[in-house]
Structure formats: C-alpha cells, structure tokens
Write a protein that binds this ligand. Structure first.
Ligand code: PEP
Ligand code: MG
Length: 898
C-alpha cells in the first residue's frame, strides 16, 4: 500500500503532486486540498501527506508503526530535501517543516500541529546565517521547543510561559516583541532545561544522552515523534468528544501533512491571514477575512493582536503584489470548487503562499444567499443550489437563538427537542406559567415531563424544560408543534414541583421559582441567567430555494396541526395539507370537563348529553380547520390516547385528600374525592400505551367515533353549502387487524351517509388508517382492502417494533446505547432501518391490497431530513410534520429526489 503522497513542485518547477481533492478519506481534507491547489497551479509550499489509513493502523496496533511506513516517510523526506535544495538540520541553510493534522472531516483545533520542526543547535546557526536575522531565528527555535514539548511530549505549556514572563520582568519589558535575540537565546537554553527536567527518562530512553534527557537534536527523531503525536491526537479526549457531537466516525483517522515552512514573521513584507471568498455570515460577495503583518498563523487565530481586514492588504506597502495575487486566487478557487472557500495564507517577504483551502462553513442565511447568487452567476445549477443548503440548518432561520457573542456557562444538557432559544423565569407548574404570562413576565416551564394538563402553561411559557422524556415525549411533540423551544430529558435536574425548585445534580446550584434561566432547544443547553437572544432575519432567499426545491421533489409535504392557527402557519410554510390532526388536543381546557363527565358517569343520559356537548364543540373545531385548509386535504384522526390521560392522576388526588383531611375539610367533599380516586384507580392500566386506546376506544365506546365522524361530516356539509371546498379524511388509529378497521370503517361510512342525507349535500370523505403496529404492517394487504389511505405512525411503530417505551427510554438508556454504539442514532429522531423495513413492507403489501392506496408518514420522523430521504426511497406519497419543519421537509424531499 502507498502511505505517502507528495504535493507541490520539484527543483525544476515541475508539479509532482500525487493526490487530488477527491482523496480526502486518504489524505484528509487539508492534504487533499493542498494537492488540488498544487495541481491547479496555486503557490503551495512543497511537502507530503501521510495517509489516514496509516494513522488507524498505527493506532490499532497499539501505537506501533506498520512495516515499511517509516522507510517510505524517509524516502519522501529525502525527496522533499532534493526538491527544495535544502536539508533538515543543515548548519548552512536548513529546511524547516510544519507537521499538521488533517482529518477527512474538518475538526477545527481538535488535533495537534508542530511548527518550525528541524531546528537544533546546528541548524539554528544556518537559519541565522541565511536570514541574517538572529532575533527571528532564536524566536523560531524557542517556539519550536515550546510547541514540541507541549504538543508532542505533553508538558504543561505554563512552564514555558512562566519562563518567558520571568525573562520579561528581569528585562523590564512588557511585550514578547521587546525581548532581544540574546534574551531569546537564553530562553532557548532555559527551555531545553525545562524539557530535560520534565520529560521522563523511563518513557523516552532514546532521548537520554550522558545520563540526562535531552531535547532531540536528530531531525529524524523530531519528525517521527511529531508524526506519532499527531496520530495520537486523533484519539485525544477533545477530538473524541468532537466526533461524537458531530457524528464523525471514529475509524477515519487523521492524515499528517509535512510541509515546508514559510514565514509570515520575517518583517514588514511578511504577513499571514485567514479569509473567505465570500462573507460566511450573510453570503455577500466580498472578500472576507483578516491578516496580520509580521506574524505567524497562530497569532491570527489566538486574537492577541488586532488584525486588519483582508480588503486592505493590496494597498499595504510591500504587500501590494501578494495582495492582488491573493484576490486572483480567490476567484480561481471559487471557479474551481464552484463554492465559497475558506483559506489560510502566508506572505513571506512579498511572496504569497497558500497553506489551506476548503469549502467554507457558513450560516443558513449565507448558505441560501450564496447558492442563489452562484446560480445567477452561472457557476452552479438550480439542482446544485438546492443540494447546497443543509435542511437542518434552516431551523436557524425560523427561531430565535442565543446571540453568538453572548458569554455563558452551560448549567446542564438535555435533548435538543424543539429548536430555538428562550429566556424567562423558572416556573414549576402550568398554573404558575399562566399567572406569569398574565402579569407580563416571561417564563420557562420546568416539569418532570408535561402532560395534556400542562398545555395552557406550555402556551404561556417562552420555552419548556423537562427532566424526563425523549424527542417524542409529550413536551417535545407539543413544543415542536407550537414552535416553542424545548429541552427535554435533562436528567441532572432533580425537580421538586411542590417546593418549586430544582437541584442540579453534581453542582450546588438550585433553580428556584423566579430565577432567570435560558434554554437553547437547538443544542439542548440549559443556562442559569438570561442569555441575550436574537431573531434571525428572514429574507426572500428562503422562499427562492424552497420554490426551486418544489420543482424537484416528488414527495408531498403536509403538516401535523390541530388548530386553525397552526394550520394557517403550516400553509404559509408551504404545507399541502394536514397529515395528522390529533383530535385529543381539542379536548383540553373546558372540554376536559365534558369528556370527564362522559368517562366517569354511569348514567346513560348524562353521558349522552356530554357526548352531544362534545359534538357541538368538535363541529366548530373542524369547521375552523377545514376552512383554514380550504381546498387541501385534512386528515382527522379519531380519538387515540388512553382515557386516563383526560382524568386527574390518582396520586395527585390522594395528596389532595390527605391535605383536605389534615385541614379538617368538608367530609362530603372528601368522600366524593375518594370515590373519584377509586374510580380512576380502577381504570388504571399497567401499560396504557398498549391498552385501551386507538381504535380499541372506538370499539368499546362506539358513541365516540360516531360523534366525531358526525362532527367532521357536519362541518364539511356546512362549508360546502357556503361554497367552500373542504377536503377532510377520517383516520382510524392503532389498528392491528383488518376486522377492527372493517368495523370502524362501517361506522364512519354509515355516519357520513346519514349526515349527507340529512344535509342534502354530497359527501365524499375517504376513510383510512394509521399503520403503527407491526401486525398492521405485515398484514397491510388485508388492511388495505378497508382503507383509502395509510398513514404510518412511526412514533408508535418505533415504540412497538423495538419494544421501547417512547416516553421513557430516551432519558433512561438510549444515551448509553449511543455511547456504546449499540444504536447508531436515536430511532425516535431518525427512522431506524428495521422500522423502515416495516414501512416498506406496509406500503408494498398495502398497494397490493388496494392499488389506489395513498401512503404517508405522520410520525416525528416526517420532519427529519435523513428519514425523509428514506421515505422518498420507499415510495411514500407524502410526509407530514410539525408546521415549523415543513420548510425543512420540502428541501429534504427535493434533495432526496436529486
Ligand atoms: C405516531 O404514533 O407516529 C403518531 C403520529 O401518533 P402519536 O404520536 O399521536 O401517537
Ligand atoms: Mg401513534
């Protein structure tokens, strides 16, 4: 195997580059792009790249070198010396190199770099002779020892900084720049002593000379140790953590680039800088970046000195030529990569050198703007423009966020359940949230987990924070639907709702009612105190890209919404219908009393009266929904949740009774409460999500589906009479056998026919079902004979396929599963291949049973870009997601089709 690749020119000026930009999995991003720049004739300091695979082999063999690798590196080192006409360690005119990491995916600042390698007690003389600049030379040597000791040997950087500070005090000077060549020469001696005193002889026997550890003088040893350190940095804790957070595979390894040093710190005609070919914040077409005169690269990044804007470079005495050339390079790079690039460069005594380039990171707003501009410039096609924007990134544009320049400490982390940021006083009950809002105070609702009772509080609060529950928990689903920021499953929060406080485990912080807190639902961060928020500005660019996306996508995009306001919002985001109207969300507030009466009362007449009240209310609800979505389909799902969700919790009642008793409350009231508690207790189920819910409710209480379908049909008839075009569809949830559907379909069809006859209006209302149980998916051919459409409820389907409780496992053990790679990702966020297989089977069998079957997805996965791609492949007709995810889904659907 080939382990080393050359880049740059030979002594005669011929290009001898062996790699190119498509080899980033071999040469890393930096190595591949250095090769590419050399190939297209840009000035790249010559060097060579050691492959990522060598890094992994070295790591997997317990940090030992694969056979032949060191020889190959030696060959390329000798070759580089011939190409440059200088030798490493030479005492006349030495070659100095940099040794830099460069992984396939950008991991900024996570791994190691060593500069000025090749300096020793001989070559320092050569450097002085050649540069005629002793101060620069000694400074380079001291930087090298410092960096080598810190990065390669792991010594504490403070040892060296302290020595520099001591020297400054002795000399009575303030800045490093005031130290003389002699001072720096003395520092080099001191640094070598620090090295000897702090590096262990046992660990590095090869460095022992005359019984003492010595700073390595042999350039080959320096180079080998530096490469080993860069390899080793692939697995340092911060790089490992960065990969985990950015979903980068651990087995890619990093390449190592050994490159001729060029110096931006050789006086006033030297400089170094970083730049973007366009503005990465807003996408404007302008040169963007900074440079420093007479400085090395890390000085720019470290921000010690004030940098100057890149546009000024070509006007600076002694740098004009290089500055003008740089602007040409910008154009060359953009035309070549056909994208915005970021670059690092150095000017050494007037000569421009390119040290790095890559496709530049940008904000969502910039991504949109650049993509559109590049289409106008004829650089890329519309299809490419649509693929250039990351759907997930669009979230940045639709929700407020933490101000990028704000400083804060992260108090705790949880799941990033619903994007956007919120700031407010902590409140621990829905009632307190409502009260705070009424008084004009902003609040964040902090709960163990939310339940339908909390809705008013969730609406009143700026954001929602829970210590339990995952990405499909009640809090997460509702918050996304409302577009409210939500961080959930923050296990470190030990909430005492009674005391109205939360202790943060592992800290001595207690969040009390009224304390300001900030949450960022985009990242899952919780902060004590108020972080500055900013609202991203919406531009027309988003609409342009989404309209282009609509030209290319095949999948339809609908929204999950259950009130007219959300329906209208999703319509404005481009939703082509409502894929899921969860009717239980219409049974809150004063409606709850009515359904409770129905559930708890044994008197038939009372129950019927309650159902009548519900009918009136629901007819109004549906009227509003269908009107908001006039001309577009609205899938209304019949009541789904276990009935106890509408009742008080027996535990809470128990507490209430105890309190009443202690306070000597009214005996009759207490008796009534106790009876109620016993009744509710009697209805409790061990596994409510697998109990009396979904279509089973309609079979046990047929009066409910009749009422709901009647309300749907009545609202439809009324709108039709008004000349509108309502398009409702009736959906029956949680079906597992065709018989269930057959029975309930008949109830629906008969009810619709009755209303049509009564109203004298023709009603054509499709009846379909949700596929959210494995049995339904595998018998979809039978079920489809009774269905006009299928909607895959992938939340429940994931829950029942894995046997994972969707309300518990994301906080309980999924994090550990992810850490141990027992799961590649959270299956409640991105569709799991096993669950997707059931969806595919359901679609294929379903279309066998009914060739006209329309198939969609309405679980949370409908708004997840990766899942959207899977659903496109499976051949679904549409996805349905929360209103705020509609734009993402439109874009992801187009990318899936391209
Ligand atoms: C589902 O199960 O995927 C679904 C959409 O229904 P719900 O989340 O309401 O159970
Ligand atoms: Mg469901």
């Amino acid at each position: 195997v080939k382990r080393v690749y050359a880049f740059g020119k030979d002594a005669e000026g011929n290009n001898v580059t062996e790699g190119n930009k498509d080899m980033k999995y071999i040469l890393g991003g930096k190595g591949a792009n250095l090769a590419e720049m050399a190939v297209i004739g840009l000035p790249v300091p010559p060097g060579f790249t050691i492959t990522c695979q060598t890094c992994m082999e070295y790591a997997n063999a317990d940090n030992t070198w694969p056979e032949g690798a060191l020889d190959e590196i030696e060959q390329y080192r000798l070759d580089l010396e011939r190409r440059i006409g200088k030798k490493i360690g030479d005492s006349e005119d030495p070659l100095l190199v940099s040794v830099r990491s460069g992984a396939p995916m950008s991991m900024p600042g996570m791994m190691d770099t060593v500069l000025n390698l090749g300096l020793n007690d001989q070559s320092i003389n050569g450097l002085i002779k050649h540069t005629e600049n002793p101060r620069f030379s000694w400074d380079s040597y001291r930087r090298f020892i410092q960096m080598f000791s810190n990065v390669v040997m792991g010594l504490d950087g403070d040892l060296f900084e302290n020595a520099i500070n001591a020297k400054k005090i002795v000399r009575g000077v303030k800045s490093d720049a005031d130290l003389t060549a002699e001072d720096l020469q003395e520092l080099v001696e001191e640094f070598k002593n620090i090295f000897s005193e702090n590096v262990s002889a046992e660990e590095y026997p090869a460095l022992v000379v005359d019984g003492r550890v010595t700073f390595p003088q042999d350039p080959d040893t320096q180079l080998r140790l530096a490469i080993e350190a860069v390899f080793g940095s692939w697995n340092n804790p911060r790089a490992t953590l960065y990969r985990k957070q950015n979903k980068i595979a651990d087995d890619l390894g990093t390449a190592v680039n050994v490159q001729t040093m060029v110096f931006g710190n050789k006086g006033e005609t030297s400089a170094t800088g970083v730049a973007f070919t366009r503005n990465p914040a807003n996408g404007e077409k302008e040169f963007y970046g900074d440079y420093l005169v007479n400085a090395q690269g890390e000085d720019v990044v470290a921000g010690i000195r004030n940098t100057s804007p890149i546009a000024e470079l070509k006007h600076v005495e002694g740098l004009q030529e290089a500055g003008a050339e740089l602007e040409e390079v910008f154009v060359t790079l953009e035309n070549h990569y056909r994208d915005m690039c970021d670059i690092e460069f150095t000017i050494e005594q007037g000569k421009l050198w390119m040290l790095q380039t890559r496709v530049g990171k940008r904000t969502a707003a910039a991504a949109l703007h650049i993509a559109i501009e590049m289409v106008k410039e004829g650089l890329i096609t519309k299809e490419e423009a649509v693929c250039r924007v990351d759907p997930e990134q669009l979230d940045q544009l639709l929700h407020p966020q933490f101000d990028k320049s704000a400083e804060y400490d992260v108090l705790a982390r949880g799941l990033n359940a619903s994007p956007g940021a919120a700031v407010g006083e902590a409140v621990f009950s829905a009632a307190d949230a409502v009260a705070a809002e009424a008084e004009g105070r902003k609040c964040v609702l902090v709960r163990w987990e939310t339940n339908p009772d909390d809705l008013a509080g969730m609406i009143a609060a700026e954001g929602i924070l829970t210590s339990h529950g995952g990405k499909t928990s009640h809090a997460a689903v509702i918050a996304r639907g409302m577009g409210a920021p939500c961080v959930c499953g923050v296990e470190a929060l030990k909430i005492d709702a009674e005391k109205k406080e939360a202790v943060v485990a592992g800290t001595d912080v207690v969040i009390r009612e009224g304390d300001m807190i900030s949450i960022d639902g985009t990242t899952g961060i919780v902060v004590l105190g108020a972080v500055e928020l900013v609202m991203p500005e919406l531009s027309g660019d988003l609409d342009v890209i989404l309209e282009w996306a609509d030209e290319f996508r095949r999948l339809g995009v609908r929204a999950n919404a259950d009130n007219p306001a959300d329906a209208e919002l999703s319509r404005s985001f481009g939703a082509e219908g409502i894929g899921l109207d969860r009717t239980e969300h219409m049974f809150l507030g004063d409606r709850k009393q009515i359904i409770q009466t129905f559930i708890l009362n044994e008197d038939e007449a009372v129950r019927e009266a309650a159902v009548n009240d519900l009918f009136e209310a629901q007819t109004g609800d549906f009227y509003g929904m269908f009107k908001a979505m006039d001309g577009l389909p609205v899938i209304v799902r019949l009541l789904d949740p276990p009935l106890h969700e509408f009742l008080e919790s027996p535990r809470a009642l128990d507490v209430e009774i105890a309190k009443l008793e202690a306070a000597g409350g009214d005996a009759e009231v207490i008796a009534a409460k106790r009876k109620l508690m016993e009744q509710i207790d009697g209805m409790s189920e061990a596994n409510p999500m697998l109990g009396l819910r979904g279509c089973r409710l309609g079979i046990v209480y047929p009066i409910l589906p009749v009422m709901q379908v009647r309300a749907i049909a009545t609202a439809t008839a009324q709108l039709k009479k008004e000349g509108l075009d309502p398009k409702p569809e009736v959906m029956i949830p949680l079906v597992s056998t065709v018989k269930e559907l057959e029975k309930l379909r008949k109830v629906a069809v008969d009810t619709i026919a009755e209303v049509a006859a009564e109203a004298g209006v023709e009603l054509d209302i499709p009846v379909g079902t949700m596929i959210e149980l494995p049995r339904a998916a595998v018998t979809a051919d039978e079920i489809a004979t009774q269905a006009d459409f299928f909607s895959f409820g992938t939340n429940d389907l994931t829950q029942t396929t894995f046997g994972f409780s969707r309300d518990d496992v994301e906080a309980e053990f999924v994090p550990q599963y992810l850490a141990e790679k027992l799961l590649p990702y959270n299956p409640f966020a991105t569709i799991d291949p096993g669950v997707a297989k059931l969806v595919k089977m359901g679609v294929e069998l379903g279309r066998e049973g009914n060739p006209d079957l329309v198939c969609g997805v309405c679980g949370e996965h409908g708004g997840d870009p990766d899942s959207v791609k899977t659903f496109h492949k499976i051949g679904l007709d549409y996805v349905s997601c929360s209103p705020y995810r509609v734009p993402l889904a439109r874009l992801a659907a187009a990318q899936a089709a391209l």
